[in-house]
Design a protein around this ligand. Structure first.
Ligand SMILES: NC(=O)c1ccc[n+]([C@@H]2O[C@H](COP(=O)([O-])OP(=O)(O)OC[C@H]3O[C@@H](n4cnc5c(N)ncnc54)[C@H](O)[C@@H]3O)[C@@H](O)[C@H]2O)c1
Length: 257
């Protein structure tokens, strides 16, 4: 039997076929999970619908922009009525304005700082709160996507590095809060991957090159590497793991010099 047979997972953050969330969706689908997806706004509905057509027909889709008041609550209310309880939740969303992802960190604006925190870190709390009534009592698992810039300075990552530090701390606090309710919460710290969001970081290609040269495995990771690790953390095989940040980075983060 496949690892996720009979499990239902909601995935937030598919924009296109390069999205890390799409790699996760494919791994979960392969292992038998039934999926619910979101699209951020009307403009993104069609591309997400087209991708969802590659999944079974009973894949559920609904709108949710985490900055729109009431969107998270509306999403889970409809999901509960039309899709039923949840065994897993994937948070694969982040945003910072392009002008905050380059130049001097000292120039970070309050608006830009708040927006990056709201979309990229606070939203994990909002989504967990919204999903909790659907996850309670099911040994459910939540994952989110972080990056090494949370703990070390990565050129141009700037305000997003601070948001990822918050996201990793949120992971620990939520794991402590939700553990007694049977819900696990973990983060994956993924190596750099060329996606729509990543291309917003100034000089991203040089981050990719450095990683491929210095990582013990001498390569970059891809969406399938992250998708498989995410599937493991969402599956019952990881039932003893919570509150952790797991690296899927070809080993880059262990290197000193
Ligand atoms: N690509 C990388 O190098 C890399 C490395 C480590 C971690 N990550 C993280 O992986 C996650 C997915 O990013 P990706 O690289 O696949 O890029 P992506 O652009 O494909 O996905 C980002 C997603 O965030 C969603 N999003 C942005 N603002 C939103 C909002 N207000 N409400 C709802 N959704 C919103 C977008 O719709 C999009 O689907 C992010 O958390 C990112 O920081 C990426």
């Amino acid at each position: 039997m496949a690892l996720m047979t009979g499990k239902k997972v909601a995935i937030f953050g598919i924009a296109n076929k390069r999205s890390i969330a799409w790699g996760i969706a494919q791994a979960l689908h392969r292992e038998g999970a039934r999926l619910a997806l979101n699209f951020q706004n009307e403009r993104m509905e069609e591309p997400v619908r087209k991708l969802a057509a590659d999944l079974p027909q009973d894949t559920w889709l609904g709108p949710c922009d985490v900055t729109v008041p009431g969107d998270i609550e509306r999403y889970f209310e409809r999901l509960g009525a039309e899709f039923g309880p949840l065994d897993g939740l994937v948070h694969s969303i982040a945003f910072a304005r392009r002008e905050e992802l380059g130049g001097d960190f000292v120039d970070t604006s309050w608006d830009g700082y708040q927006l990056a925190q709201q979309v990229s870190a606070w939203s994990l709390i909002g989504l967990c709160r919204g999903a909790l009534p659907l996850m309670a009592g099911r040994n459910a698992s939540v994952i989110c996507l972080s990056y090494y810039g949370a703990e070390k300075v990565v050129p141009n990552y700037n305000v997003m590095g601070v948001a990822k530090a918050s996201l990793e701390a949120n992971t620990r606090y939520l794991a402590s809060d939700l553990g007694p309710k049977g819900v696990r919460v973990n983060a994956i710290s993924a190596g750099p991957i060329k996606t729509l969001s990543a291309m917003g970081v100034a000089d991203f290609n040089s981050i990719l090159d450095t990683m491929a040269q210095k990582a013990p495995l001498r390569r970059n990771v891809d969406q399938a590497d992250v998708g498989n690790a995410a599937m493991f953390l969402l599956s019952p095989l990881a039932r003893g793991i919570t509150g952790q940040t797991i690296y899927v980075d070809a080993g880059y983060s262990i290197m000193g010099v």
